[in-house]
Design a protein around this ligand. Structure first.
Ligand code: GTP
Ligand code: MG
Length: 314
């Protein structure tokens, strides 16, 4: 039995139950295996005991559990890296943004988050020896800032066929946070039927911030964001794609020393993103990328510039 096994074929799941699960976005065994029983009960009319049985069945179908270290090492071998455009940033983070994980970039207005996303959507399409994966990109645009002309410009400057580059980017505009979550779930279909190496959400938090205002809704917002990040992490692992998310910062007026800004979403993002980078404006047109979190690289900074060609070394 493999991931190909249909929900209906799981012991204890009839067609009706399968339908209920699918309606809530549990489309495959992995999404069920990764869920908690409380979560499934909360979303569907399925009882707790049944939910537990279904999760257990999905987990045993997928043969999830302990692996030997050599197996884990083998899987790591499949990890692909996409160049950020600047060699100094690549060095800083260990080669580029990685498949199978979430990379978060946060920073203030105009710090370069969207430009970096555009650069990556082009770079993923390059050959492996040029910092790409020879694959396409899924772009979830939540702020209406996707600009095909700019992507064309970056592609032309890299001697790529701009029309072909645009054809390999699947774009969707998210109108609100629920729609954004639906799009992340619907990405499955694109990822299954196309050769995709990168999923971008620019920005991750904007719509959530707009939809959940006021203290009372903070808990709900965090819960939804958490669910959304789980969905994205699942895409990263199941389809061996890099997930790149951008995030605004909020100012913390109570901080007197150092940089008084903090990424939105707080600790939830801390746990979800394997790589976290903070972008800020430097002197003149310089921008600075600071590596804040990484599984294996120390903190550090790299200067870069945003030019006609895209993201380049300073
Ligand atoms: P918010 O989404 O507002 O939070 O900002 P952001 O971090 O996404 O900023 P973005 O990536 O849009 O960066 C904006 C900066 O990139 C601008 O201040 C410009 O300096 C530069 N930039 C934007 N578009 C272009 C362009 O077409 N050509 C060039 N050369 N630079 C650009
Ligand atoms: Mg932006």
């Amino acid at each position: 039995m493999t991931e190909e096994t249909k929900l209906e074929e799981l012991p204890g799941v009839g067609e009706k139950t399968a339908e209920k699960l699918k309606d809530e976005g549990y489309k495959d065994l992995m999404s069920i295996a990764a869920a908690s029983s409380g979560e499934i009960c909360g979303k569907t009319s399925i009882g707790e005991a049944t939910a537990e049985k279904i999760i257990h069945a999905a987990r045993s179908e997928l043969d999830m559990g302990f692996d030997t270290a050599s197996k884990v090492y083998e899987r790591k071998d499949d990890v692909g890296k996409i160049s950020m455009g600047s060699e100094k940033i690549n060095e800083l983070i260990g080669g580029g943004t990685e498949t199978q994980s979430i990379t978060e970039v946060y920073g203030g207005y105009g710090s370069g988050k969207t430009q970096l996303a555009f650069q990556l959507s082009v770079n993923v399409q390059k050959d492996e020896d040029e910092g790409g994966l020879n694959k396409g990109c899924v772009f979830i645009d939540t702020e209406n800032t996707f600009r095909p002309e700019r992507i064309k410009e970056i592609a032309e400057n890299a001697d790529m066929d701009p029309e072909e580059v645009l054809d390999n980017i699947f774009v969707a505009r998210a109108y609100n946070s629920d729609h954004q979550m639906v799009l992340a779930n619907e990405a499955d279909e694109i990822l299954e039927n196309n050769d995709i190496g990168l999923v971008i959400v620019d920005s991750l938090t904007g719509q959530f911030r707009a939809d959940y205002t006021g203290r009372g809704s903070l808990a709900e917002r965090q819960q939804k964001l958490n669910r959304h990040l789980h969905d994205l992490q699942r895409l990263a692992e199941v389809y061996n794609v890099a997930v790149f998310i951008s995030n605004q910062v909020m100012s913390k007026p109570d901080v007197m020393f150092g940089d008084p800004t903090e990424a939105i979403g707080g600790h939830i993002l801390h746990h979800a993103a394997a790589f976290r980078m903070y972008l800020r404006k430097g002197k003149g047109d310089t921008r600075i990328c600071k590596l804040v979190d990484s599984p294996y690289k120390p903190e550090g900074e790299a200067p870069f510039k945003i030019s006609e060609e895209g993201i380049i070394d300073k």
